[in-house]
Design a binder for this molecule. Structure first.
Ligand code: ADP
Ligand code: MG
Length: 293
């Protein structure tokens, strides 16, 4: 399982110049290139989520993510001009990919892809598959917040996963038992820049070119960790109303959206499908109200 994680990382990371994604970013804007099978799987799924999220999930945000310094820094607030310039090369329709032949090309040499919003989910799925193939019946794969639960701990109905408090008042806001499912969370509270009295996070709105504001965190539960990671980011981008609507319309996927309150009470919006499984921590009751959708 560990070897699997290392392999996926060495193919898909944007933090080195030696990964398959780094190679793609050097060549695909100049010529058509055939990509490695695992990258093809993630690319194909990414483009599907791009279409199904009306562009809220878009792997071509790389120039923006890099501009703000979220791909190895230094972190800073760019000028409007820099954002406009980077934004010209952003857009899923600039990517041409044929999953059957694995042939890929970009519209222009400055288009770049970033699989950071989905690759961890894929890695978790294949690590879990590896464990199952080796006879593991019960286990939890956890790659910094992207998880998959195989079976359950002895004597329990599922793995109890804590939903972190994005404001860090207490360790967990709530707990949720999962079994044969993935879970992942997206938010701006871990990777951000504080400047001009506000914070700018690492999730970009591919329709404006700016970091997304609005929700505090989005958690997704589904039978696939890649689906969880693929959808947590666009639901975050869509915001409360759009995110709730889309979460309900994707079959087999359930979401929890945390909306900041104007006072000291935030709202946790929990999809009906999770109602019976989510247990709010007693200590969270004074600053979290739960609503179902
Ligand atoms: P985390 O990496 O914290 O688990 P996410 O799954 O939300 O959280 O991934 C965030 C990463 O996704 C960013 O660091 C960036 O690499 C990439 N990204 C940012 N905005 C978008 C977007 N709108 N669509 C696709 N990927 C994005
Ligand atoms: Mg994600």
């Amino acid at each position: 399982a560990h070897a699997t994680l290392l392999r996926v990382d060495s193919l898909m990371t944007n933090w080195t110049s030696t990964s398959e994604v780094a190679r793609i970013n050097r060549v695909a804007g100049r010529e058509t290139t055939v990509v490695q099978p695992e990258v093809a799987t993630v690319l194909d799924y990414s483009l599907r989520v791009w279409r199904e999220s009306d562009g809220a999930f878009d792997i071509t945000v790389e120039p923006l993510v890099r501009l703000w310094g979220f791909l190895g820094g230094p972190r800073r607030v760019p000028s409007d001009d820099e954002i406009v310039t980077a934004f010209r090369h952003v857009g899923g329709r600039k990517v041409h990919f044929d999953p059957a032949t694995r042939r890929l090309s970009f519209d222009d040499p400055q288009v770049r892809i970033d699989l950071g919003g989905i690759a961890k989910g894929y890695a978790v799925d294949v690590a879990a598959e590896t464990l199952r193939a080796h006879g593991v019946r019960n286990g939890l794969v956890d790659l910094s917040g992207n998880m998959f639960a195989i079976g359950s701990p002895p004597g329990a109905a599922g793995w109890r996963i804590g939903i972190r408090d994005p404001r860090d008042r207490i360790p967990y806001l709530a707990r949720l038992a999962i079994r044969g499912e993935g879970i992942s969370t997206s938010g701006q509270y871990e990777q951000f820049i504080a400047a001009n009295g506000r914070t700018y996070g690492h999730i970009m709105d591919p329709r404006t070119g700016w970091p997304v504001q609005g929700l505090i965190a989005v958690t997704v539960v589904s039978p696939s960790a890649m689906e969880c990671d693929g959808w947590d980011t666009p639901l975050f981008v869509m915001g409360l109303e759009g995110g709730k609507r889309r979460a309900k319309s994707v079959p087999g996927l359930s979401a929890i959206l945390i909306q900041p309150g104007t006072g000291s009470v935030d709202t946790m919006w929990v999809e009906e499908t999770l109602r019976d499984r989510l247990i709010l921590e007693p200590a969270a009751q004074s600053f979290i109200q739960v609503r179902y959708f």
